[in-house]
Design a protein around this ligand. Structure first.
Ligand SMILES: [Zn+2]
Length: 109
């Protein structure tokens, strides 16, 4: 079972206490963007076998949204952080790189 620590209330919550919210860190496109950009924003999602950043809600706890970095294949959790964070924190990216050398995420250096 997947267990994620809520970064707001500190509870280690089982997945039965959580609601999945899809991919984290989507770049939003609205008025003035091209049709292709808006289409990709609405419908295109990453679905990797490996490291992934996701949105989760502590729905049966404090109710807040947060982000989690985990491996979709092994269920290893690299860390969780607040939803207002615009990109994965450096300590989490470093932890992932230490365990998955050569790993990259989009345009984060
Ligand atoms: Zn919580």
């Amino acid at each position: 079972m997947l267990t994620l620590q809520c970064p707001y209330c500190g509870v280690a919550a089982d997945e039965t206490e959580l609601s999945a919210g899809g991919e984290a860190h989507l770049k939003r496109f609205g008025p003035g963007s091209s049709e292709e950009e808006f289409h990709d924003y609405l419908f295109t999602r990453e679905n990797p076998r490996g490291v992934h950043f996701e949105r989760w809600r502590h729905s049966h706890g404090c109710g807040k949204w947060f982000h989690a970095a985990r491996d979709t294949q092994t269920l290893e959790v690299f860390g969780t952080y607040k939803a207002q964070t615009t990109e994965p924190p450096k300590d989490i990216r470093d932890a992932i790189t230490a365990k998955r050398p050569g790993w990259t995420w989009r345009d984060v250096a």
